[in-house]
Design a protein around this ligand. Structure first.
Ligand code: GDP
Length: 364
């Protein structure tokens, strides 16, 4: 599955947000730094109204949404790359995630200690990013000697790698995260193999006080402007509100959001933003037993999409009976779509589209 790591300075609201996300008390929020010691892992359902509609049309008994994994990563403080705070422990965890949700404190509250003494979101972002860049610099510098030796010995792969590493080093030394490295599509694989922390796509989460949840505040505006500048995604959320919403029923939730002038829970926006950030799309399987959503990366072909359900589906793949979401709904389900000529038989090279309703045929 796809994993999103939650990072940020201590006391910015990571645990509060994570708890709200997973609706568990697994990560206890408390008013002092380093409260979340072990990385906490939680799965969240990706909200998708299309799935409810499909279940209704397909008369499915059960609805199973697709899921994203969130990891609450603690211990990121100034000096962390040099072993301060929880030290290097968090680095390994960050390496494993596909994207980073960077929580930034945009609320003022004199009762909650700010590790840097004042609310300054852009400076906080720099602090975190600097630690990640320092860690990347160190890991790249370690590799240079060995790669140089091999490249001199005539190894072509090492030569190419060294060239990439050198460019990344130049960028990082210039104070710029590795995700901004200009690279050709054919270098993408090698780039990913470097496993750099600052190569992951970033989503900024502005944690604002309750009264600013609808419109944001002067702090979140600063973060939004920065995100826009670097082509990143940012969302405004009140972790406090989200943690209150998490305990409500669906109907109560709508009413509660209404009174706050919000149309949608911030977490739903956050989850969807994470989905976009990772270039993920959803396809569906619909039957009398269940209507289910599955996550794949944009550009995935039918057999690999089938593998998400079961590896046997990929090995024995014959074809995929495919109906576009709108056709399925307007023609009243599979039989209607078939009669209407909207059920397509797709082969191995078919690139699955967002919203496709799929039925895989395979040899066992
Ligand atoms: P973490 O260290 O980043 O995981 O931060 P926590 O989630 O543990 O939050 C630290 C403290 O800030 C807790 O006492 C939270 O209740 C409080 N907190 C979190 N979000 C908000 C917020 O939006 N407004 C206010 N006033 N307090 C918050």
């Amino acid at each position: 599955g796809f994993k999103c790591g939650i990072v940020g300075l201590p006391n910015v609201g990571k645990s509060t947000l994570f708890n709200a996300l997973t609706e568990t008390a697994a990560a206890q929020a408390a008013n002092y730094p380093f409260c979340t010691i072990e990385p906490n892992v939680g799965e969240v359902a990706v909200p998708d109204p299309r799935l409810d509609k499909l279940a209704e049309v397909g008369k499915s008994q059960q609805i199973i949404p697709t899921r994203l994994t969130f990891v609450d990563i603690a211990g990121l403080v100034k000096g962390a790359s040099k072993g301060e705070g929880l030290g290097n422990q968090f680095l390994a965890t960050i390496r494993e995630v596909d994207a980073i949700a960077h929580v930034v404190r945009c609320f003022e509250d004199s009762d909650i200690t700010h590790v840097e003494g004042k609310v300054a979101p852009l400076a906080d972002i720099e602090t975190i990013e600097t630690e990640l860049m320092l860690a990347d610099l160190e890991s790249l510098e370690k590799r240079v000697d060995n790669l140089t030796k091999k490249a001199k010995g005539g190894d072509k792969d090492s030569k190419e790698q060294l060239e990439l590493v050198t460019r990344a080093l130049t960028l990082l030394r210039d104070g710029r995260p590795a995700r901004f490295l200009e690279r050709k599509p054919e270098e993408e694989r090698a780039f990913r193999m470097l496993g750099l922390l600052t190569s992951k796509p970033v989503l900024y989460v502005c944690n604002v006080e309750e009264s600013s949840a609808a419109d944001g505040n002067k702090f979140s505006e600063q973060v939004m402007a920065r995100a826009k500048e670097e082509g990143a995604v940012a969302v405004v959320i009140s972790a406090k509100i989200e943690s209150e919403i998490a305990t409500l029923s669906r109907e109560e939730r709508v009413d509660f959001l209404d009174t706050l002038g919000l149309h949608e829970a911030g977490l739903d926006r956050l989850i969807r933003a994470g989905y976009e950030l990772l270039h993920l799309i959803t396809y569906f399987t619909v039957g009398p037993k269940e209507a289910r959503a599955w996550t794949i990366t944009k550009g995935t072909k039918a057999p690999q999409a089938a593998a998400v359900i079961h590896t046997d589906f990929e090995k024995g793949f014959i074809r995929a009976e495919t109906i576009a979401y709108n056709d399925y709904v307007t023609l009243g389900g599979e039989a209607g779509a078939r009669d209407g000529g909207k059920l397509r038989l797709e082969g191995k090279e078919y690139v699955v589209a967002d919203g496709d309703v799929m039925h895989f045929r395979f040899n066992t």
